[in-house]
Design a protein around this ligand. Structure first.
Ligand code: ATP
Ligand code: SF4
Ligand code: MG
Length: 561
């Protein structure tokens, strides 16, 4: 799939994530599929421990390993499956629940981590559930926001610095003419904001806005802007900056080629990977099974292993070889063209990084203002423990926005906050979605927050997605017994003159995911349980347009029993 062509920005397909602990294998995510459209807020809701955070961490490929691993599935981010090379990264040998051997393949892991480090933060960023745990206690807020900017935005920063240092009167005249044509003040403000960012002169933004508000003579405006720009110039060596930019551009090319290589490998080896994935899943089944069933699964594993060997021999590697050649040729070119630059970078790293850090700090300050932090100039040099919970949460949001990601994952961003701050943070996320047109995966256990924030919702139970619908449909026409139970447990204000009604709760408790119930995982708590529910797991099926349910009460086609 080509990036940008899909209506969905993120698609999760048949995700299986496990934690291999000393007590046994936690089946945390079991065959979960859903997708988030471009520009929408998709909510993920469910009781504590149902797998919301693990789903989010899987999308970021940040499952702590050990003990966790994504076992199988596909996660498309902007058209690229970040799990394309999953089966190459490790070999898993499972003897029993507590005896699991994982062999990591360093060569592939290194490439995978390199690619993911470029995707994380730039394409998808996450606001973590516990800001205090997610923020680094020994780095200032500014350093942490700048880290993300410096990782992803070096080419943009270098271009902005070059434009600032080389900007001439003609550039300013063209910009002035453009601005004078804009009659709408808000539109002009936006255009000025873009321009000052592009030219690395964000600090003169307020003066430029005032100038256009109060002055109509183009020549005076041009002269004044030129003066302001000259004050901002640092006299940096533009040729050196251009060299740095070209170096980072080549690194980006290398990244794109690596993406293509992973994609080509996964296409050529699709059947191999498929068998490997089946093998991994069967291994987990093998240890759970007993007697005759165990024997059957053992036989199937043997068959699959021999099929795997056969298929490996048949893979057509032409495209892969070609891409590998291109990568090594680009690497050679980089080594030759930038040998001197690289040596200098090692010796004079601090000095060469300074202009980037100055610009990154400027951008970090802007971000702190964007998330409504009072006194950003003080907060930027503060350590996380010096900030309140609400401020830490805003800092996390600023960090997540540092590289203008197209998708934001917000994992319970307001749970630890008081009601007023909670409302402010929710408004902020909604406003950011409106301004940046990015998608949001919003995770919460609070249905009231879902109702306020989300366009569509997925309901999770014990590592499964059990229902998916638009927010309105879910609240007025919930089909899954678990969702119905959740909705009945929301406190309601009594009608005039009547008493508060006792809250309804779902009987029983969340299952232990080391030994989850067979069939439908909700069956021990379900008032509608049937025989089949204990034996077979229901698939997520469409019961009406855009409304999916995984429950044996609703057969394929949506005709209710
Ligand atoms: N590092 C880990 N080691 C072992 N098990 C884990 C680990 N992290 C998560 N799990 C297990 O995975 C399951 C899903 O956990 P997850 O954190 O996703 O729940 P959640 O839905 O986010 O809950 P909450 O609403 O409390 O944040 C739980 O059973 C949890 O115990
Ligand atoms: S599949 Fe069966 S146990 Fe599960 S929710 Fe539906 S009726 Fe209840
Ligand atoms: Mg969580």
């Amino acid at each position: 799939m080509n990036p940008g062509q899909d209506e969905y920005y993120v698609r999760v397909e048949n995700l299986v994530t496990r934690f291999f602990t000393s007590k046994g294998i936690v089946k945390a995510i079991d065959d979960v599929s859903f997708a988030v459209k471009k520009g929408e807020i998709f909510g993920l809701v469910g009781e504590s421990g149902c797998g919301k955070s693990v789903t989010a961490s899987s999308i970021m490929d940040l499952i702590p390993d050990p003990p966790g691993r994504i076992l199988s599935g596909k996660i498309y981010i902007d058209g690229f499956n970040i799990l394309s090379d999953l089966q190459k990264l490790v070999t898993i040998k499972i003897k029993n629940e507590t005896n699991v051997k994982i062999k990591r393949h360093k060569r592939y892991l290194k490439r995978h981590n390199l690619v993911l480090s470029k995707i994380r933060g730039k394409k998808v960023a996450m606001i973590f559930q516990e800001p205090f745990l997610a923020l680094n206690p020994v780095l200032t807020v500014g350093d942490q926001i700048m880290e993300s900017i410096l990782l992803h935005e070096r080419i943009e920063i270098a271009n902005a610095i070059i434009r600032r240092e080389t900007m001439g009167v003609d550039d300013i005249r063209a910009f002035t003419e453009q601005m004078l044509k804009l009659t709408d003040a808000e539109e002009r403000k936006k255009a000025i904001n873009n321009w000052v960012r592009n030219f690395g002169v964000s600090e003169i933004e307020r003066s430029v806005i005032d100038l256009f508000d109060n002055q109509k003579d183009p020549e005076i405006i041009v002269r004044e802007i030129m003066r302001l720009v000259q004050e901002e110039r640092t006299g940096i060596n533009v040729r050196n900056m251009a060299r740095a930019r070209d170096y980072y551009k080549m690194q980006d090319q290398l990244f794109s080629l690596n993406l293509k290589l992973i994609d080509a490998e996964s296409r050529a080896e699709a059947e191999v990977m498929d068998i490997q994935q089946q093998l991994n899943n069967l291994m987990v089944e093998f240890i759970k099974s007993k007697g005759e069933e165990k024997e059957q699964i053992g036989k199937r594993i043997k068959e699959l292993r021999s099929q795997l060997r056969q298929k490996r021999k048949q893979v057509d590697r032409t495209a892969i070889k070609q891409l590998r050649k291109e990568i090594s040729s680009l690497r050679r070119k980089m080594n030759i063209s930038f040998m001197g630059y690289r040596v200098k970078r090692v010796l004079l790293r601090k000095r060469m990084d300074k202009p980037f850090r100055v610009e990154a700090r400027r951008r970090a300050l802007e971000l702190l203002q964007l998330v409504n932090i009072a006194e950003p100039t003080r907060v930027i040099d503060s350590y996380p423990h010096e900030l309140s919970g609400g401020m830490q949460q805003r800092v996390m949001i600023a960090m997540a926005l540092a590289s203008e990601p197209k998708m934001l994952i917000a994992d319970e961003p307001t749970t630890a906050l008081d009601v007023t701050t909670q409302a402010q943070i929710l408004d902020l996320i909604k406003e950011l979605r409106r301004v940046t047109e990015s998608s949001v995966l919003f995770i919460t256990h609070d249905l009231a927050v879902i109702a306020e924030m989300c366009d569509r919702v997925g309901v999770m139970y014990a590592g499964n997605l059990v229902e998916e619908a638009t927010t309105e449909e879910l609240f007025f026409n919930a089909r899954h017994p678990y969702t119905q139970g959740l909705l009945q447990s929301i406190p309601k204000l009594p009608a005039n003159g009547t008493k508060f009604q006792k809250l309804q709760s779902i009987p029983g408790s969340v299952p232990n995911l080391i030994y989850p119930p067979a069939g439908c995982r909700f069956h021990p708590r379900c008032p509608y349980k049937m025989d089949i529910c204990e034996k077979e797991k229901p698939r997520l099926i469409d019961v009406s347009k855009g409304h999916k349910v995984a429950c044996w009460l609703y057969p394929e086609g949506g005709v209710i029993k």
